[in-house]
Design a protein. Structure first.
Length: 320
């Protein structure tokens, strides 16, 4: 998954019942006022009063009449026809400032063409399967991977999907990163490593990455350079020769990993960011590599991060 952080997209990382993912929600417009209707307790008072939440002022005006019971009526000027992702989402890929895709639970894929203000539900690559990641090379061309180890391809914005690889439940794929329309990587595994490579955008071949544990995320910055993260302590590996050989990255303290898309890079740069935990979920680390994943240094200081992120993004120039 490309680690391009776009300021106009708000992404909330969630951890719930052991499932880590992303959920997107449409923000309330700054000028919206939501009125909440309250009714008084008939045994003590009579009549109706209103509590008003003004998002433009950032205040809530509460009713002064005592003994109130909430009636459950909420009104606002949000467009009720707006479609937004309505389930756990795992993959995010933006190809421009306005066009992006999200993939998630139950085979769901969504697309936005207005910088995330609205989303359109697309045809599912395979209903019922978790689409763990999606990566697009332009506004209409995307690849997606799911929890059964399948790889899907669309050339028409998700109207139709072609299955390029058929996997099974022991071959869950967690991440995909396309360097171009013909070259890319996919990684995952349920009990052990599964690393796939394509050099024509269609056929996917197994490559030995040298780890005994599943791949949780990967990023490729060129046809030669790839970094992948494993589901075990301090386990990151890199290749600078197109996957002919892999080596272990130097980690300052070999801290624990966390599930999610926690590797971020920008194409044609050697800067890579990642996040994990030192001891537990409330002791995060932010790590940075300036040499394409060969070594990482602790860059947590000054980030203001107070818990472990389950997704990491990166600015287009690779600086942050």
């Amino acid at each position: 998954m490309k680690g391009l952080l776009l300021s106009f997209v708000v992404v909330l990382a969630l951890a719930n019942a052991g499932l880590l993912g992303l959920m997107l929600r449409q923000p309330v417009d700054a000028a919206t006022t939501v009125s909440l209707d309250f009714s008084t307790d008939s045994s003590k008072d009579s009549g109706t009063t209103t509590a008003t939440w003004s998002t433009s002022a950032g205040t809530v005006s509460l009713p002064t009449n005592p003994a109130l019971t909430f009636s459950g009526t909420i009104s606002s000027d949000l467009n009720p026809s707006t479609t937004v992702p309505d389930d756990y989402a795992y993959g995010l890929s933006f190809v421009s400032s306005s066009t992006g895709y999200v993939s998630g639970e139950a085979g769901k894929v969504w697309k936005t063409t207005d910088s995330g203000a609205t989303w359109t539900a697309l045809t599912s690559p395979e209903s019922g399967k978790i689409v763990k990641d999606i990566d697009c090379t332009d506004a209409t061309t995307c690849w997606a991977v799911n929890s059964d180890g399948d790889v899907y391809y669309t050339a028409n914005s998700g109207t139709d999907w072609t299955r390029q690889r058929t996997g099974d439940e022991s071959e869950a794929l967690n991440g995909i990163d396309m360097v171009s329309a013909t070259f890319g990587w996919a990684g995952g595994g349920t009990f052990s490593e599964l690393l796939l490579k394509t050099t024509n955008g269609t056929d996917w071949n197994v490559v030995a990455g040298g780890s005994a544990t599943p791949i949780t995320d990967l990023v490729a910055t060129s046809t030669s350079d790839i970094v992948m993260k494993m589901s075990s302590t301090g386990n990151m590996r890199y290749s600078h020769d197109g996957g002919s050989s892999f080596s272990a990255s130097t980690d300052p303290s070999d801290a624990g990993d966390v599930t999610g898309h926690t590797l971020a890079s920008t194409a044609a740069t050697s800067t890579i960011w990642t996040a994990d935990m030192a001891d537990d979920f409330f002791s995060p680390r932010v790590l940075k590599s300036a040499d394409g994943g060969t070594s990482f240094v602790d860059a947590t200081a000054g980030t203001g991060v107070s818990f472990v992120p389950t997704a990491v993004g990166m600015s287009s120039d690779g600086s942050t």
